[in-house]
Design a protein around this ligand. Structure first.
Ligand code: NAI
Length: 351
């Protein structure tokens, strides 16, 4: 087979099945690209409808990590692990030890960390079996710990930049619809509320939405309608594929800027958002804070390096918004082009 590491939309380097019948573990690891370095990306634990859905999610997430890591200036390629949430009770530590064995078997091609449904405790179990893991407890003076607050900070600062780009002042007084009140969503809510924004909060887990709304003086709304709320900004912090034709046609917000990976149901939606005059902050550009922290931890760096890389997120977004406006392209087309160019240059240097 011809090795085509630069055909980033149609090619992934490796798919590794994780099957541990004894412990009921089923999942996979996708290594999308190692052109810039080992493939880094978190592990998602989710109740997929079937294997095809799991594989599709893993592939899209891994590709997104390639682009995210490239644009964030990290020496890592892109990859992702996904695990099927077992029905009923299960031995969680055994599941993550099995993931650790699978990661170890790839010999450093893939480095794992947290994503939706996984935690520092899970990564501790992974670390019992492999060193190719981050998102562990922070050691004194070094980067580490839960990546979610960093993701939240990057998204919020990018949001400020997008508002300034649009000539809409600051976050103070803006009405924001937050979809997903989990680790990142809750942290974003705190930052937005401190900045003087008014929050509508929705989560399929209503108790979470209530908790976050209670802390931030927000209002809980129905998850079915949150994306269509009469607000200035929509902040997706749940799962992917939520912006489809039907939603974008009726959206009232003028800006979408959130942490969720793969927010667009299809690439065409980026054009639709542009045509409707809705500013879209590409997810993998603004949600890089978590992987920036994870990468620094893995590389043995401190929080200074994390803050330096984080500080570039708003400027990177502004440059993308400007190029999109000047060239009449979608923000996604510009961001993808920039990421591909970084990877192509690295490939040319290595050749
Ligand atoms: P989480 O699992 O802590 O929170 C996700 C929340 O979304 C949960 O409370 C869940 O109940 C809710 N949810 C699921 N479907 C929903 C729906 N249809 N409507 C409303 N709420 C819904 O996950 P986390 O870590 O907060 O991540 C959120 C998103 O950000 C994910 O897409 C993740 O891949 C992405 N992300 C997270 C990073 C991190 O540092 N944790 C880094 C970069 C991206």
């Amino acid at each position: 087979m011809v090795h085509q590491p630069l055909d980033l939309d149609n090619f992934q380097e490796q798919i590794h099945l994780i099957e541990d019948r004894a412990d009921g573990v089923s999942g996979l690891i996708v290594v999308h690209s190692q052109v810039l370095g080992p493939a880094a990306g978190g592990c998602r634990l989710w109740g997929y409808s079937d294997h095809a859905a799991m594989q599709c999610d893993a592939s899209r997430l891994a590709r997104g990590m390639t682009y995210k890591n490239a644009l964030a200036g990290l020496p890592f390629g892109g990859g992702k692990a996904v695990l099927q949430m077992p029905a009923g009770t299960f031995d969680r530590a055994a599941m993550f030890r099995a993931l650790g064995d699978a990661v170890e078997s790839l010999g450093g091609a893939y480095i794992t960390a947290e994503d939706v449904g996984t935690s520092i405790a899970d990564m501790r179990s992974v670390a019992e079996r492999t060193g190719y893991v981050a998102g562990l407890d922070a050691r004194s003076g070094l980067a580490g710990g839960d990546p979610s607050p960093w993701t939240a900070l990057g998204v919020t600062e990018a949001m400020q930049a997008a508002i300034a780009f649009a000539g809409e002042g600051r976050l103070k007084g803006k009405r924001v619809a937050l979809q997903g009140a989990g680790n990142v969503g809750a942290a974003i809510a705190t930052l937005l509320s401190a900045a003087g924004a008014t929050l509508l909060v929705a989560d399929v887990d209503r108790a979470r939405a209530q908790r976050v709304a209670g802390t931030c003086g927000g209002t809980v709304v129905d998850p079915q309608t949150i994306l269509l709320a009469d607000v200035d900004i929509v902040v997706p912090c749940a799962l992917g594929g939520i912006l489809d034709e039907a939603i974008v046609e009726k959206m009232r917000a003028r800006l979408v800027c959130g942490a969720a990976n793969n927010q667009l149901a299809s690439p065409f939606i980026a054009e639709m958002l542009r045509d409707r005059g809705i500013l879209y902050a590409p997810d993998y550009v603004v949600n890089a804070g978590g992987i920036i922290n994870v990468a620094a931890e893995y590389l043995g760096e401190g929080t200074t390096e994390v803050r330096d890389r984080m500080a570039q997120i708003p400027d990177r977004l502004t440059a993308i918004l400007e190029a999109a406006r000047n060239e009449g392209l979608s923000t996604v087309a510009i961001a993808d082009r920039q990421a591909r160019s970084i990877i192509a240059q690295a490939w040319a240097r290595a050749a």
